[in-house]
Design a protein around this ligand. Sequence first.
Ligand code: PDD
Length: 278
Amino acid sequence: RVVFLNGAFLPADEAKVSVMDRGFLFSDGVYEGVGILGGHLVDNEPHLERFERSMREIQITNPHSRAEWTRLEEELVRRNGVAEGFLYIQITRGVAERDFMFPKAVDPTVMMFTQAKSIANSPAAETGVAVITVEDQRWRRRDIKSVSLLAQVLAKQAAGDAGAQEAWMVEDGFVTEGGSSSAFIVTKAGNIVVRPLSNAILPGITRKSLLRLSKEAGITLEERLFTVQEAYDAAEAFLTSASNFVLPVVSIDGRPVGDGKPGPLTQRLRHLYLDMAR
Ligand code: PDD
């Protein structure tokens, strides 16, 4: 496997980063993840746009233009021959003596790798996944795609320990989002409900495309907060992310959603998304 590190394409086991890297010491960095389908990056432009915003928000100087990022991403996908999967990009503030304040004149550490993974025909898409709810223990700038993911690691491990695939995080009784995905429900009236964008959630790129596709298909969509109880009572539920596209949620905290099978509207949306991504 070939990875990209600070301007070079290298075998993964030769790509080394200093122990003094601020990503390692402080989680002082941001990342992005893009789906790959048919050898192409899905929704790459909005992903790079969000990545640029994350860098700005934490004051890391972006070392590459949009066109350069794209060229580097595409070259890595090509070198690894990934037809379907995930591209990970990370930038940290760089290597410096440990000090909380930003170091001066330090180059950021830039790293990318790919993962081959079946997304379009994943078994989880057929069966749906189980989620559990957990308290949202994260900081207040969840709109930044920070590499500081300890709260999500613990939330998703709790899900795994409970035999579930994702954790839906809850704040003041309302679902914020999944550990690494956006959370949606479908009401018994057939309306899609999703939390509006704010500092409380990551602005999901798959979420954004899904909203556009549902509008085009004339499906009623409500951007508002929803409670855990509303999720229990929903007709359908699903999650979206660059690494899973649209995935049906068939149980929440062990209670079946609807009839406990992937819902018809969810499946329709999944196919609309796949047609768009192809
Ligand atoms: N996670 N919310 C959170 C907290 C996420 O980490 C992600 C993505 C999403 C979905 O965003 P998008 O549709 O842009 O992928 C929502 C990625 C896949 C990850 O960390 O692996």
